[in-house]
Design a protein around this ligand. Structure first.
Ligand SMILES: [Zn+2]
Length: 493
C-alpha cells in the first residue's frame, strides 16, 4: 500500500518538476525575446551626439594674468622663448586697458587711451605668437593699496571673469604679479591682479565656485543657454614676478646695491631665464625680441625699445627673467624649470587651508591693511613661503611726502584698555598724528592712522620707521617698516 502511495507521490512530484522546468523555459524565452526587442529598439532609436571636448583652440600651457597693457614686457624675453622656440601655448589676461596711464606720443587720454593700449598689447603679443588675449576692462587706478583696486574692480565679478578664463584656457602654469607690496612693486593694480590670479588658481577646480560656469547647458545648439558647460580645472604651478627686479626700476639698478634684507627675495626663490640667449627660430637674442615687444607700447615706454633697436644695444633688456615660485600641486623644485614635473593629464582639485582664525589673549598690535591683509592671504592660500620673502613690511615714498601709516590694536581681554602709541622715526621725519592714546573696548580692534611727514630732501636711501604700543597690563609691543625714500617716481598713497 505504502509503495502504491509513494508511486503516486513520485509521479505528482515529477509532474510538478516538469511544470517548473516548463515555466523556467517560458521565462527564459520571454526574457530572450525582450532582449531582442530592446536591441531592435536600440538600433532604431535616435543616437545622442558624441560628447564634445573643450575647445582646443584656447587651451594654454601658460596663462599670464597682469594689470596693464605693457606689464608683459617685464618677462617678455622669457615669453618669447616659451612661445616662439618651445612652442608653448600662452594666453594673457589684462585686468585693465591702462586708461589711467600717461600718453607719451599723443593727446588721447582716459578711456580713449585705454582703447589704444588694447591694440598695442594685441600687436605686441601677436609679435611673440600669442593671440589668445583678453581684457577685463577694469579701471587703471594708480595707488599703493591693493584693496582699493579690488574694490574699484568689483572683486567678485573680476574673480568670476578670471575663473571663467582659467576654465576656458585650462593652463598648467599661471604667471602673475607678486602679491606682496615691496618697494618698487607696490602698484595696487599689479597687486590686485596677483591676488585675483592666486584666488582663481585655487577656485577654478572647485565645482561650487561660480557653479553656473560648470553647469551643463540644456541645449548647446539652441538659444537661451544661461549656464556655461565649462569643466572645473586645476592649474598645477603658480609663479610670480616683481618690478623690484626691473632694469628700469629707480629702486634697484645694480644687484650689488641690494640691501641685505632684500636678498631673500632673489636668492633661490625660483627659476631664472637668460634673455641674452639667441632664439633658434628668430636668430636674434630674446633681449632683442623683448625690445621689439616694448616698442609696440608707444604710448608708454615704447621709446626704450625703439632706442635699443636703433642703436642695436639691448643691454637694458638683458637682465635675466627671475620668477618667484609660489606653489605647485604637481611637485618640482623651487628653482626648477616652470614645466618640471607638470603632468600632461588633468590633476584633481587641490584644497587650500582657507582662513583660520588665530587665538589671542591680551592686546595685539600690528601694521594694518594692506599688510595685515597679506599676512592672512598668504596663509589662507598655502603661500607661507611668501611671508619669508620680505619679513619686514616695506613701502616707498618721496622726500617731503605726508604719509598715512595704518596700524591696528585689538583688545582680546575682558576689560577696557588704553593703548598709547609712540613713533620711532629717523632724523628729519615729523610725527603729525595728533592723537596718541586710544581707548579700546573688550573685543574691539582700533584702526589707527598714524600720519608722518618724510624729510624734505635727500639722496635716495632705505630707512626704518617703528611704532610701539604700551598698555598698562603687558610689555610694550612694536612694529617696524622699511621705507625707500626717493626723489622721483613713486605712486600716490
Ligand atoms: Zn603696470
Amino acid at each position: 500500500m505504502h509503495e502504491h502511495i509513494d508511486a503516486i507521490k513520485f509521479a505528482q512530484l515529477q509532474k510538478s518538476r516538469s511544470a517548473l522546468k516548463l515555466m523556467k523555459c517560458l521565462l527564459m524565452l520571454t526574457f530572450a525575446s525582450l532582449l531582442l526587442a530592446f536591441a531592435a529598439i536600440a538600433q532604431t532609436a535616435p543616437a545622442a551626439p558624441a560628447l564634445l571636448e573643450p575647445d582646443s583652440r584656447y587651451k594654454a600651457d601658460v596663462l599670464l594674468v597682469v594689470a596693464h597693457p605693457d606689464d608683459d614686457v617685464l618677462i617678455g624675453g622669457f615669453l618669447a622663448r616659451l612661445s616662439l622656440d618651445e612652442h608653448r601655448r600662452i594666453a594673457v589676461i589684462y585686468c585693465t586697458n591702462g586708461d589711467g596711464g600717461g600718453n607719451a606720443v599723443g593727446n588721447e587720454a582716459g578711456a580713449a587711451l585705454g582703447q589704444l593700449r588694447v591694440l598695442e598689447a594685441r600687436r605686441a603679443m601677436a609679435h611673440l605668437g600669442i593671440e589668445n588675449v583678453w581684457f577685463l576692462g577694469r579701471h587703471d587706478t594708480p595707488g599703493q593699496n591693493v584693496l582699493r583696486s579690488l574694490d574699484g574692480w568689483g572683486h567678485g565679478s573680476a574673480l568670476d571673469e578670471i575663473v571663467r578664463l582659467v576654465r576656458i584656457t585650462r593652463p598648467n602654469v599661471i604667471f602673475t604679479w607678486l602679491p606682496d607690496p615691496v618697494a618698487g612693486e607696490n602698484h595696487e593694480d599689479h597687486q590686485a591682479s596677483g591676488v585675483l590670479a592666486t584666488e582663481a588658481f585655487d577656485l577654478a577646480a572647485d565645482p561650487i565656485a561660480f557653479p553656473e560656469q560648470v553647469s551643463p547647458a540644456r541645449d548647446r545648439g539652441g538659444m537661451s543657454n544661461l549656464t556655461e558647460s565649462l569643466l572645473p580645472w586645476q592649474p598645477q604651478k603658480l609663479y610670480y614676478f616683481t618690478d623690484a627686479f626691473e632694469n628700469f626700476s629707480p629702486y634697484w639698478n645694480d644687484p650689488d646695491e641690494l640691501p641685505s634684507f632684500r636678498k631673500t627675495i632673489v636668492d633661490g626663490t625660483g627659476p631664472t631665464y637668460n634673455t641674452a640667449d639667441i632664439s633658434p627660430s628668430r636668430h636674434v637674442s630674446y633681449a632683442q625680441l623683448e625690445a621689439e615687444q616694448q616698442a609696440f607700447y608707444q604710448t608708454q615706454e615704447g621709446y626704450l625699445g625703439e632706442q635699443a633697436l636703433t642703436k642695436k644695444d639691448f643691454k637694458h633688456f638683458e637682465d635675466s627673467v627671475h620668477l618667484i615660485f609660489g606653489k605647485s600641486v604637481a611637485g618640482g623644485a623651487v628653482t626648477g624649470d616652470v614645466f618640471e614635473d607638470v603632468s600632461a593629464y588633468p590633476v584633481p582639485f587641490a584644497h587650500v587651508r582657507g582662513y583660520e582664525p588665530e587665538s589671542h589673549t591680551g592686546v595685539s598690535f600690528e601694521i594694518g591693511d594692506p599688510w595685515r591683509f597679506y599676512s592672512l592671504f598668504w596663509k589662507a592660500h598655502n603661500l607661507d613661503r611668501l611671508a619669508a620673502l620680505i619679513p619686514e613690511p616695506e613701502f616707498s615714498a618721496r622726500y617731503g611726502d605726508k604719509l598715512f601709516i595704518p596700524l591696528q590694536a585689538c583688545n582680546y581681554s575682558a576689560e577696557p584698555v588704553d593703548v598709547t602709541i609712540a613713533s620711532q622715526l629717523p632724523t628729519g621725519w615729523t610725527d603729525v598724528s595728533g592723537a596718541a592714546r586710544y581707548p579700546i573696548r573688550p573685543g574691539d580692534c582700533y584702526p589707527i592712522q598714524e600720519q608722518v611727514t618724510a624729510p624734505p630732501a635727500g639722496k635716495g636711501e632705505w630707512q626704518q620707521v617703528a611704532w610701539s604700543a604700551t598698555v598698562a597690563s603687558q610689555p610694550a609691543l612694536s612694529v617696524k617698516m622699511h621705507i625707500y625714500l626717493g626723489n622721483s617716481g613713486g605712486l600716490p598713497q
